[in-house]
Design a protein around this ligand. Sequence first.
Ligand SMILES: [Zn+2]
Length: 311
Amino acid sequence: MATRLYEHEIFLEHITPPGHPERADRLRSLNIALEHGNFAGLERKQAPQANEDAVTLAHPEEHLFAVMRQMPEEEGEINQIEADTYASPKSFQAALTGIGGALAGVDDVFSGAADNVFLAARPPGHHAEKNKAMGFCFFNTVAIAARHAMKAHGAERVAIVDWDVHHGNGTQDIFWDDPNVLFCSTHQMPLYPGSGAKSEEGRFGTIVNAPLSANDGSEHFRDAFKSRVLKAVDNFAPDLILVSAGFDAHYRDPLAQINLTGDDFDWATGRLMELAGKHAHNRLVSVLEGGYDLEGLAESAGMHILRLMRG
Ligand SMILES: [Zn+2]
């Protein structure tokens, strides 16, 4: 498989307050893992910065302007945008560069430049609703990528699979009444942000939630993933699979109590690649979301990327 990874120095310059779990060391830790010879075949590229207009693929202009207004200007300054969401002077540029990497990844899988792509960016995006920055997220990167695939490449059906341990409320909000985007999520419940019950199905039944309970491990996760997520994606027959790849369901993660290991992320990646091969000419773009234990993140994201490379 030709696998590309998009990265950029600017992602380290989105600064959160000391002790905040969503910190630049997350990417530094992944970068150390990627130095292993196993990753020699990975095509690493600089993410291009998206134009501000790209944000409006998934958010109203008012949201873009509201976020821009809240960005601090002075070096060293940090603004609290919402309960646990903070911005530093380079945060807006980092967010736009993350979006640029996701759009480039979508372009790559449609042009055939890559079979699949991983975006190693921060801040994350899946909690950002149409009109609201929250949960460390300003803009919903994966949602913007889905809309771009439809607008620029004529994709008719896009599936977004979100295995971050927190429910992707933002993505669900954006696609609630869109019959052409399937959103499937496994997550711990109850847990932040509180949404993600099985009964939340969207206006057209294209929202599929598979909640897990605290202390669930590999077996519960794989059962839920098979019976709800994989089944829904297979039936939907998407032209593209996007992954909201959070790694905070790892057993070491401090923000949740699901006990997955790197093997589970390897397994889930393999199953999605089979469906991407069956329906979508292998097209799969994976976007980093959460994952707050440095060792757990490096292990599980590393195994995810290796599986993308090996097919
Ligand atoms: Zn999360």
